[in-house]
Design a binder for this molecule. Structure first.
Ligand SMILES: Nc1ncnc2c1ncn2[C@@H]1O[C@H](COP(=O)(O)OP(=O)(O)OP(=O)(O)O)[C@@H](O)[C@H]1O
Ligand SMILES: [Mg+2]
Length: 247
């Protein structure tokens, strides 16, 4: 089982859109996939039409508890969901009680044989939860809008990641919500700053089709597979899958 996090300290950069689309594409490629929504906003759960009566409570964080009973199936073959709601805001506190940075990793152990891939949709913060995510993940994708402020947030993440001893090659930025009509976006895409010379080749464009995921409450591929945004997510999945295989 591999674990892929979609993470950024910065909010509103396309983490949830990427989590849902990549998890769906992974499942359609045949991988038994679990999307774990770690964000109290519950956006990924909402996109996947989670049953909100069965949201995990803190019992899953008690010593010895496992996550299996909280997992839901989705409308899609091979794609399961561990949903979130406002309870999830306590996640940091529960994890702190656990103390170690590997609490999330430990919670995933019981499902190790049941899934090929776990996708973690993370909330925008750099907290104890983030350390647990970094510890549990084989690859951490960081959607980054091609603007100066987004790159500044990314630098904060990279500096922290390196300072805490996480291997830099497991942190993979990709450009998200890119608008090629904007000179700054084009410049930063064509000449990425040195700190992200490993930025993914695939650029996720700014596209209204992605916003329509909220109308359909479904992955983009399900309702508009012909567009350029859907194609970009397919390309990103190929690139990420290849990177995961090397981990
Ligand atoms: N490529 C895109 N093109 C256009 N709109 C997008 C794109 N990606 C995401 N959006 C829109 O931007 C908003 C934020 O996207 P999303 O929820 O995926 O970001 P996020 O990083 O998960 O946010 P948060 O930090 O709040 O969890 C949503 O309204 C979404 O529909
Ligand atoms: Mg989100």
């Amino acid at each position: 089982m591999k674990t892929l996090a979609v993470y950024n300290l910065k909010g509103g950069v396309g983490k949830t859109a990427a989590s849902v689309n990549l998890a769906y594409l992974a499942s359609q490629s045949g991988l038994r996939t679990l999307l774990w929504d770690l964000d109290p906003q519950g956006a990924a759960s909402w996109y996947l039409q989670a049953n909100t009566e069965e949201i995990p409570d803190k019992s899953m964080w008690r010593a010895g508890a496992d996550i299996e009973g909280q997992i839901q199936s989705t409308a899609y073959d091979k794609l399961h969901l561990l949903p979130a709601d406002l309870h999830t805001r306590h996640l940091d506190t529960w994890l702190r009680k656990d103390g170690a940075r590997d609490a999330l990793l430990q919670r995933l152990k019981p499902v190790n044989r049941r899934y090929d891939l776990v996708v973690l949709d993370c909330p925008p913060s750099l907290s104890h939860l983030a350390d647990n995510v970094f510890t549990a993940s084989d690859l951490v994708l960081v959607p980054t809008v091609p603007t100066h402020l987004s790159l500044r947030a990314l630098k904060t993440v990279i500096d922290y990641y390196e300072a805490e001893g996480y291997p830099r090659n497991t942190l993979k930025p990709f450009y998200s919500m890119a608008d090629r009509r904007r000179l700054l976006h084009r410049m930063l895409i064509e000449q990425p700053p040195k700190m992200i010379k490993d930025v993914a080749k695939t650029v996720i464009p700014y596209a209204s089709a992605v916003e329509r995921m909220g109308e359909h409450r479904a992955p983009l591929e399900v309702f508009e597979s012909y567009g350029y945004a859907a194609e970009a997510y397919r390309d990103l999945w190929k690139e990420v899958n290849a990177a995961l295989k090397k981990t």
